[in-house]
Write a protein that binds this ligand. Structure first.
Ligand code: A3P
Length: 310
């Protein structure tokens, strides 16, 4: 298997869209599917979850879906999350359906749950056509995101070879990894929200420290204020790291079985903790990262809770 990892290209796949925007995407993603995603017509009742990879996307998606579906644990344990929460820009692969076809055929009277890693600049125009769309953005300490992404690169076969950790950190800081710059991604959503006030921001760290509180805040944003205390407790219990790690509908075990992921290298549900960066960054790497963080975030409309990146 290591031979297979080594055979992957060291450089991530860059595409230039017709509108001139450059994007770095997984190797199995096509320009056509990204362009189709940008033209996607949202519906007023859509729920859209956006994030930079490894920020806690699946965690937030599972919580969001349960909030909007009466904490229906039975369905959540029998239908794959990726079939309940569709990724907008994912290219159809062998044996899988075109996500956009599925979303476009979705019954008009049912909420569509849509997940995306696309930058705000590519979604803004279409989102603004549909101001009642509920937009959620999940963000995580970039050092922990970088660590999680490094291990994800090691095990996800359609990604480029991350190389050694010290090289990966530098590529992450320069925005040369799949999905591009963390700084640009977060900034885009923060600036758009400053202008239109249309998103709910949730952080991985807040979910880790008080999941119940974050479930209630998210339920309020989604206008699902009728959830009972019991339903909230059910969601919180179902969404602990230990329970999600054992749940085949969210842990991507099937991707390991079909060869898309290699869990012998690293699991999708890897550690699920705050602060694992301290086990990876050297003091020099951490200080260099902090300096870049200071510089790149100084024009942001608000400073995120992990500023400084501790
Ligand atoms: P680690 O690699 O640090 O463990 P995404 O869904 O955006 O790809 O994010 C994946 C990260 O979220 C992984 O981080 C994963 O373990 C973590 N995660 C997923 N579910 C979680 C949960 N219930 N509690 C805590 N962390 C969770």
């Amino acid at each position: 298997m290591n031979d297979k990892i080594d055979a992957r290209p060291a450089v991530a796949k860059k595409i230039t869209l017709t509108n001139g925007v450059e994007l770095i995407v997984p190797h199995d993603y096509s320009k056509a599917s990204i362009e189709a995603a940008i033209d996607f017509e949202f519906r007023p009742s859509d729920i859209v979850l956006a994030s930079y990879p490894k920020s806690g996307t699946q965690w937030t998606a599972e919580i969001t879906w349960l909030i909007c579906n009466n904490a229906d644990i039975t369905s959540a344990k029998s239908v794959m999350l990726e079939d309940r929460f569709r990724q907008l820009e994912k290219s159809p692969s062998a044996g899988s359906l075109n996500q956009l076809d599925v979303l476009n055929a979705w019954p008009e009277n049912q909420t569509r749950f849509i997940q995306t890693h696309l930058p705000m600049e590519l979604l803004e125009k279409k989102l603004l056509c549909c101001p009642t769309v509920k937009l959620i953005y999940v963000v995580r300490n970039p050092k922990d995101t970088c660590v999680s992404f490094y291990h994800f690169h090691r095990m996800k076969m359609e990604y480029s070879n991350p190389g050694p950790w010290n090289e990966f950190v530098e590529k992450f800081v320069r925005g040369e990894v799949t999905r591009g710059s963390w700084f640009e991604h977060v900034r885009g959503y923060l600036l758009a929200n400053e202008k239109y006030n249309f998103a709910h921001f949730v952080s991985y760290e807040d979910m880790s420290s008080n999941l119940r509180n974050e479930v209630i805040k998210l339920a309020n944003f989604l206008n699902m204020r009728d959830l009972s205390e019991d339903q909230i407790s059910t969601i919180v219990e179902h969404c602990t790291f230990a329970n999600m790690k054992d749940n085949k509908c969210v842990n991507y075990q099937h991707y390991h079985e079909d060869g898309r992921y290699n869990f012998e290298v690293s699991k999708f549900m890897r550690k699920g903790i705050v602060g694992d960066w301290k086990n990876h960054f050297t003091i020099e790497q951490s200080e260099a990262f902090d300096a870049v963080y200071e510089e790149r975030t100084k024009d942001w409309p608000l400073q995120l809770k992990f500023h400084p990146v501790a």
